[in-house]
Structures are given as C-alpha cells and as structure tokens.
Design a protein around this ligand. Structure first.
Ligand SMILES: NC(=O)c1ccc[n+]([C@@H]2O[C@H](COP(=O)([O-])OP(=O)(O)OC[C@H]3O[C@@H](n4cnc5c(N)ncnc54)[C@H](OP(=O)(O)O)[C@@H]3O)[C@@H](O)[C@H]2O)c1
Length: 358
C-alpha cells in the first residue's frame, strides 16, 4: 500500500478524492488537510456550514465512514517525507507555494493550474499522453527534487483532448472550435457560483478558462522529445460558459481534419482507441474510455455523467461539418469531478505506479 495525503480535502474536488480513495487496493489515505477554517476539526464537522448546519456535500454517495472522524490538518502539519504521494486540490495561488515544498521529497499529483505551463512539467491524461510522464524525471533533475509535480489538465480540457487524440492519430487535426456548457461544481465551493446568478441563466464567461483549454490541448497532444514537449500545431479556439447543471461539462466541438474524415470512420476510430487504451486493468480505469451514441439526443449530463462512475467520455451527434473542407463535429460530456479531477488524479497515480514512477 502507498501512503497518501489529500490537501484541500474538504473542497469540491477534495470530497471526490475521499470517495475515490475509499477502499482503494493500492492507496491508503492517511491524512487530510485543508485551510485554517477546517484545521483541528473532524472531517465531518469541517464540511458542515457552521452557520446553517448544512452538510456541504453534494455527492450522491454518503460521506465514507473511514474519513468522518479523521482530524483535518493544517498544511504545515503534513510531513511530506512520511508519504509516498500527495494529492493536492487547492486554488492555484496556494498550490504555487505548497506544492514545491512537498515535491522536494514526495511526488505530488495536482488538480491546480499552478505549474501546468512550465517547460519541465507535463500535463498528463492517463491513456492519452503517458509517454510525457518521462518529463517528470527531467523535472526531478532540473529542480533537485526527489519528488515531482504532475498536474492534471483543466477539467474542460480533459474530454476534448481524449476525443481529439484518436482523430488526430488517424486523420490529423488542424483546427478546433469548441463551446463548453460547464457544470456548477466546476467552480468549486469557495467562492463557487451563487444560485441567484446561475438559476434560469447561462453565464457566457469563465475567467481564464478559454486560455487554459487552448494552451493545454496543444501541450497534451504535443510530442515528447528528450527534454521537453513540443506543442501540437493544432489551432484551438473556444468559448467557455457556465450553465445550471450540477456535474458534467458538455462541449460542442468542431474539428477541421487534415485528411477527409467520415463520421462513421471517426466513430470506429474512437471505439478502437477506447478498446485498446493503455490504462485497461488499472483499478480506477473505466470499462469504456469513450462511448459514442447514435441517438441524437445524447449525451445529456443527467443521464450520462455517471456512466462507469464518471470516468467515461460520452460522445454523440457525430456528423460531418459543413464549413471545413475536411471536418466533423460532435458533442461530448465529461465528468469534471471524476475523470476531470479527483478520480482522474487517482487513475494517474495508478498509471505512474505501473510505470515505476512512484
Ligand atoms: N471543481 C472541479 O470540478 C475542478 C476540476 C478540475 C480542477 N479543479 C481545480 O482543483 C482545485 C480545487 O478546486 P475545488 O473546486 O475543489 O475548490 P474548493 O471547493 O473551493 O476547495 C478548495 C479546498 O482548498 C482548501 N483551502 C483553501 N485555502 C487553503 C489554504 N490556504 N491552505 C490549505 N487549504 C486551503 C479548502 O479548505 P476549506 O474547506 O477549509 O476552506 C478546500 O478544501 C482548483 O485549483 C480548481 O481549479 C477543480
């Protein structure tokens, strides 16, 4: 068993970590940490709003028994050397300070953006760019660390990169336009999205989101050379919006391909990729990496987000695009807190252990 800690364990993503690590066969959650507000409290008390008494827990699963009485630590009470791995689910400003301290001795898997854009830091999606994990040893050497920082992408990048990869490998991808319809839980708990702003509404702007998706997609789909990643030449343009959906980001994607791509061939390629993806057999890997629906009313967040416990990217409305010379368009759904963050981070830990990087 690897001993792990979760920092930011009381937040939206942190709560999903607690679920993803419950009875995990390889990883034992031994310490949880959060802000001064929660420190010193039992986990179950820390996630209760002190004024209203409301439990700030929105997962369909109950709070797991094993974590209820664990005392939440302050970040500086964590001795990283006592852990094999630390998961962090902090806002970037905090992550920037905390993660390098941990990484001096211990590998860190992060859901924050703080280090994603540095040249010796890969942005890893298990099954998509596993070869980029080699950069973690370059990072160790560059920085004199025993550990490393391995960030996940932004949760809006994840589903798009997963679906673009098989298209890129078979047909080549030149241009991508995407509009997202992102769930409330993607904004986290603090400050989160205020009900009065989002109910009966669509907010057409999420600060810094579009830039993140555009840069991250190119890096993830880029090529690894001996010391760095050469970003893909694909051009990505997107509009990111917030919609009144609890969990699951829906994205409308238009892809200009290098070679002609018929929808039926793209579907076949996505399914072939899904069947042969490298992560098969890992404890958190889904049975289906990608599902493609012919039913034109799918995917829908309410129906499709829990498929394979939120670890499957669900595609539908795959059809020919009428503007690109060679192009297709589709709609995808990806669970922002499962594959897009906590459980995706646990899957990444499994993949890194499998590759002897942990
Ligand atoms: N939500 C998503 O779907 C999603 C998906 C992918 C990536 N992310 C990224 O994951 C990170 C966490 O997001 P979230 O949505 O979980 O946010 P959140 O709900 O606001 O949770 C933040 C967590 O950080 C803790 N925290 C705040 N300040 C701290 C400090 N100074 N020291 C230690 N802990 C501190 C909070 O503890 P208290 O409860 O004590 O305040 C809480 O546990 C962000 O970088 C976000 O961009 C989120």
């Amino acid at each position: 068993m690897l001993r792990v800690a979760v920092v930011g364990a009381t937040g939206a993503v942190g709560q999903e970590f607690v679920i993803a690590l419950n009875k995990h066969p390889w990883l034992e959650l031994a310490q949880v940490a959060a802000s001064e507000r929660s420190a010193g409290k039992k986990y179950i008390d820390a996630i209760r709003d002190p004024a209203s008494g409301i439990l700030r827990w929105h997962n369909r699963e109950q709070v797991p028994e094993y974590v209820k009485d664990m005392i939440v630590s302050r970040v500086d009470e964590i001795n990283p050397a006592k852990f094999d791995l630390i998961f962090t689910a902090l806002e970037s400003e905090d992550a920037k300070v905390v993660e390098p301290k941990f990484a001096q001795s211990t590998p860190v898997i992060s859901t924050a953006a703080a280090f994603r854009y540095e040249s010796d830091v890969p942005i890893l999606i298990p099954g998509i760019n596993d070869d980029h994990a080699r950069l973690l040893n370059v990072q160790r050497k560059n920085r004199g660390w025993k550990g490393f920082i391995a960030p996940l992408p932004n949760c809006t990048t994840t589903g798009m990169a997963i679906t673009l990869k098989p298209i890129m490998d078979k047909f080549g991808v030149e241009n991508v336009f995407m509009t997202s319809m992102q769930a409330l839980s993607g904004a986290g708990r603090s400050p989160g999205v205020i009900a009065l702003d989002i109910m009966d509404n669509v907010i057409p702007y999420i600060p810094k989101e579009e830039e993140k998706v555009q840069v991250e997609t190119k890096k993830i789909l880029g090529k690894m050379n001996s010391k760095s990643i050469v970003p893909s030449s694909v051009k990505v343009s997107c509009t990111c919006t917030r919609v009144p959906v609890l969990d699951g980001h829906t994205e409308s994607v238009f892809v200009g391909t290098e070679d002609p791509a018929e929808p039926a061939d793209v579907k076949a390629e996505m399914l072939r990729f899904s069947k042969s993806v490298s992560i098969k057999g890992l404890p958190s890997a889904p049975k289906d990496y990608i599902i493609v629906h012919d039913d034109p009313t799918r995917p829908q967040p309410r129906i499709d987000r829990e498929v394979n416990d939120g670890m499957t990217t669900v595609v539908g409305r795959l059809r020919k695009d009428t503007v690109f010379d060679n192009g297709i368009k589709y709609v995808l759904l990806s669970h922002n807190e499962k594959m897009g963050s906590a459980k995706g981070a646990v899957l990444l830990a499994e993949m890194l252990k499998d590759e002897n990087l942990l």
